[in-house]
Design a protein around this ligand. Structure first.
Ligand SMILES: [Zn+2]
Length: 319
């Protein structure tokens, strides 16, 4: 038996036994998490004396989530010291979750928020990785907020591209704020530098929005993308293109995008041949890591343990 086969066998056995520690031990990767907001609750409580209890009943909108974040997290991750605390918390959670690779970084806007220049920001995240989990592969990822004007994004992005080292790009925030075409030139600039291109789409928008974003921005991966399950044609296009959908089931549940885990569209996407991965989005806000997400999908009867192992192995191949 190869090492990979042994990991698969142990992961499948752990899922079937409901053994969270065993699920955590299996190597996995996460492509959809938002840095400090994916931080470890217990570690943060020990460091700061503040216990941040996650969302327990569904919020109905992104505004609801922003209000929750302001009330419960506030400015904990503001400024350079706050960001450094957040990076460490994120890597602590990633380590506990059994991640061998994690993709995250910061919004280019941060450069205007007193956290230091592009070089220092990169160095601070890398220092947190080395301090917490030196063996973990970190994919440095830049982010855009969808409500920001393209010329601002271009100005903030420039020093990051100059310094280099960033390997992925994401777009998040209010999905309905501006047409996706606004971001095409910026995505082209990052794509030309070999960066892996992702964007949040199809969480609040439609299946057609998902495909339009993939075509317009030349996306390799879609964050969420669950609305694609409403269209067999879009699912086929995604499957044919090999586009990966980084799905976050508990986030979808707690933001009211799905009513029950048992009915989550990840199953329809999987059945249509779309490559999906399982992610936590904001572990600190939604209260679960990737391992708990895998267990929840198994318990909900959405997938067999071998199917979830296939999804786990897909995550290792992405990024
Ligand atoms: Zn997200």
């Amino acid at each position: 038996m190869t090492v990979a086969d042994a990991h698969s066998a142990a992961f499948i056995a752990a899922l079937e036994a409901g053994d969270l520690a065993g699920v955590r031990r299996a190597p996995k990767a996460e492509s959809h998490t938002h840095g400090p907001y994916g931080g470890d609750r217990d570690w943060l409580a020990a460091q700061t004396g503040r216990d941040i209890a996650p969302v327990s009943t569904p919020l109905s909108s992104m505004d609801g989530m922003h209000a929750w974040t302001a009330a419960n997290i506030g400015d904990l991750f503001s400024g350079r010291e706050g960001r450094r605390l957040g990076w460490e918390a994120a890597f602590v959670r990633a380590r506990r979750d059994g991640l061998v690779r994690v993709d995250f970084g910061d919004d280019v806007w941060m450069i205007s928020q007193g956290v230091g220049d592009a070089r220092r920001l990169f160095a601070d995240i890398e220092a947190a990785r080395v301090a917490v989990c030196p063996d973990m592969d970190w994919t440095p990822q830049l982010g855009f907020s969808r409500h920001c004007r393209a010329e601002w994004l271009e100005r903030w992005l420039a020093p990051f591209l100059e310094v280099g080292g960033w390997r992925a790009l994401d777009l998040s925030g209010d999905e309905l704020a501006q047409p996706i075409e606004v971001f095409a030139p910026l995505y082209r600039a990052c794509g030309d530098r070999g960066m892996r291109l992702k964007a949040h789409v199809g969480e609040w928008g439609t299946a057609d929005d998902v495909w339009r974003a993939v075509e317009t921005l030349h996306l390799h991966e879609v964050q969420h993308g669950i609305a694609a399950a409403d269209s067999p044609a879009v699912m086929k296009a995604l499957a044919d293109a090999g586009t990966v959908l980084n799905v976050c089931p508990t986030s979808n549940l707690l933001l009211g995008r799905v009513t029950r885990l048992e009915a989550h569209p990840i199953r329809r996407l999987f059945d249509a041949g779309v490559k999906v991965t399982v992610n936590s989005d904001d572990a600190l806000i939604f209260g679960v890591g990737v391992s708990e997400e895998f267990l929840a999908l198994f318990r909900a009867g959405l997938f067999t343990a071998p199917e979830l192992d296939l999804i786990r192995r897909w995550s290792l191949g992405a990024g």
